[in-house]
Design a protein around this ligand. Sequence first.
Ligand SMILES: Cc1ncc(COP(=O)(O)O)c(C=O)c1O
Length: 416
Amino acid sequence: MSSKRQAADIAFQSRIYDNAMMRRVRKIRADGQYLYHKPQTPVGSNETEIDGRRFILLGSTNYLGLAQDPRVVEAAGEASEKYGSSCTSSRLLTGTRPVHEELESRLAGFLGKEAALVFTTGYLANIGSIPALIGRHDGAYFDAEVHACIVDGVMLSGAERYRIRHNSVEDLSAKLSGSDHERKLVLIDSIYSLAGDVAPLEQIVDVADENGAWVMLDDAHGCGVIGPQGRGLAHATGVADRIPVIMGVFSKCFASTGGFVAGSAELIEHLRFNARSFLFSNALAPAQAAAALAALDILIAEPEIAERACALGERARLALRSMGWRCGGDGTQMVPVLIGDDVLAFKVTMALADAGVVVSPAVHPGVPKGKDLLRVTFPPTLTEDMFWQVLDAFQTVAAQFPEALSGAGEGAASVA
Ligand SMILES: Cc1ncc(COP(=O)(O)O)c(C=O)c1O
């Protein structure tokens, strides 16, 4: 091997092996805390099997429990039979199927917008749409805790970046009024994906209007479950007409994969030809489009499913808080449990797994330092017996880790 190639190997070795993240991953594995990337076999909506053992599964975003609903699974199967397993093409070439167009027009109607465009994932929807809307001379005003794909979309756009203090309308107002870009785009999540807190949407829309900015709302965690018939936070707060760009995903309430943007017909036509992640990526698989469509039908026809998800979340929050756990997500289906320390978050997760319950640890850098937490959701398909088993598990683990409960140490106080 040439000496130049050897030097290249060393340079890449330090990049791919000897970096902070991989050192951390190796430590977590060595400590035996590596449950999560193991293959799981779902059993019904509420359980999963890992290494032959059954667990109650609360760590996913199958918020309505529809990913195993026979109507959704059947729709996916039928679409595969009819259209094949993949479109093997971009939507703009030979990849569009009637099921994509039906899904887009149904989503537009659901959200009260003129049109919608479906992307292969939610991530692609954001990283493609944002640079199609703003560029080098424009301003991107994004909440400090937005999802990573919004940050990546903003970086790809080359727009000037303004990081807004989390949920601070004052900071947003100050930054918007102090800048004079021709185009200003405010980017927020509706419900923040890990901590579960809700954006002060009406105030944000007011401030954006006053300062001549557009709002792009990522309603990944609200669409399908929050507001009238699950139409999301914009409809729940009555400001949908004032938000030009609403984005959502199928990977949560819609029991599938994919993402979408809804807005005016002109906006959607522009994205169709300018969002590079739409143009240059394979179309959403027909099975996934059909699954999302079936889930949309169900959540519209049976709004009680979403209501039950939120009510179960509220019940769980009350019960967990009474044991001393610190929970966020008020008013939503999410029940994040705040821990405040990464090592402790892994330990609590593993102890819950020992007690038969799988939750998802979310630790720094996925969340701000000191805000490490457990993602916990209670799907409405959970039986009453399972609900009580979960509470028993949390009770047992609370006794093992009192430092994780409210009133505990430094880190804990910072997330209370
Ligand atoms: C707020 C938010 N936006 C976008 C995404 C990306 O969605 P997807 O998983 O469909 O790529 C997620 C994913 O979890 C999310 O939480």
